[in-house]
Design a protein around this ligand. Structure first.
Ligand SMILES: [Fe+2]
Length: 289
């Protein structure tokens, strides 16, 4: 051994796949499309080490009963088990609140709202963080509940306070923050959802997080390399203020009816390097609606 001190094994880079907006439903051949997307993830070389979903895993649970929401979530789990063996980390989207728009009788059910998705998909909580190979990942909940059936698109004060502590614990680890809706968007100004008046060209309520600046400020506590999201079903990468903001399309395209404004169904492929840099590409998975 020659008395030489053993060096710690150098961290290797790794790949993960990011699959926002799966919108699983029973019709529109969505189950086949989801299985196809998972098979495409499996064929990536090098293989991803885990999968992040990015919210809206199941379509429109908010307008379904608890029983219907359980049924489609069980279908999600069955398809995932059958077609993907990778660990998955899930994130809440606006479609993931079971029976949210149903009569208030549903509100007493222990699986009402966020709880169904959190419990059945095995999320540690509605927001959480984890580490992987020297990197840190933070998954946030942008659905700020106001009253049954109502929410604002906002990361609540509890999470902002927790984020500061969590990032301090993560120290210098390169970090990616995941939210369902983007923190910022320019591409949405070009979409059919933009508000165009004589006075303004604007991204309307709910399309981006309304307190994005507060989230960016809280993120200064850590070594945040990117904010990543879905929700718009469009792809964009913004580089500003030494930060990267990526909206990574949609596994379902335009909710399984074809491309969304020319953006095909696909998912993000992230290659994270030990020095804190990363590469991103959007990978269309080729599903034909
Ligand atoms: Fe979506």
């Amino acid at each position: 051994m020659g008395g030489a001190r053993a060096q710690p094994a150098a961290q290797k880079g790794f790949r993960f796949a990011f699959l926002p907006c799966i919108h699983l439903r029973r019709d529109l051949r969505s189950p086949e499309g989801f299985a196809h997307a998972l098979r495409t993830v499996r064929q990536l070389t090098p293989a991803p080490e885990f999968l992040l979903t990015g919210g809206d895993m199941c379509h429109n649970l908010r307008d379904q009963t608890i029983a219907q929401s359980v049924e489609v979530t069980d279908l999600f789990l069955k398809l995932y088990r059958e077609h993907c063996a990778l660990p998955a980390h899930h994130c809440l989207g606006n479609h993931d609140l079971a029976a949210w728009n149903q009569a208030s009788t549903a509100a007493s059910d222990p699986l009402y709202g966020k709880q169904l998705t959190v419990k059945k998909l095995g999320m540690r909580d509605r927001f959480y963080s984890f580490d992987h190979a020297g990197w840190h990942f933070v998954v946030l909940d942008y659905v700020r509940v106001r009253a049954p059936g109502q929410f604002t698109a906002e990361v609540d004060p509890e999470q902002l306070a927790w984020l500061g502590e969590d990032l301090a614990r993560a120290q210098a680890r390169p970090t990616i923050i995941v939210t369902h809706a983007p923190v910022l968007s320019a591409v949405e100004l070009l979409s059919d959802r933009a508000v165009r008046t004589a006075e303004a060209l604007a991204v309307p309520f709910g399309r981006v997080i309304s307190n994005g600046p507060a989230l960016i400020e809280a993120a200064k506590a850590g070594n945040v390399r990117a904010f990543i999201s879905g929700h718009l079903h469009l792809v964009e990468r913004l580089e500003l203020m030494d930060r990267t903001f990526i909206c990574s399309g949609s596994v379902s395209g335009h909710q399984w009816t074809g491309p969304r404004l020319g953006t095909p169904a696909g998912f993000g492929v992230f290659d994270c390097h030990p020095d804190g840099t990363f590469a991103f590409r959007y990978e269309p998975h080729g599903w034909k609606a």
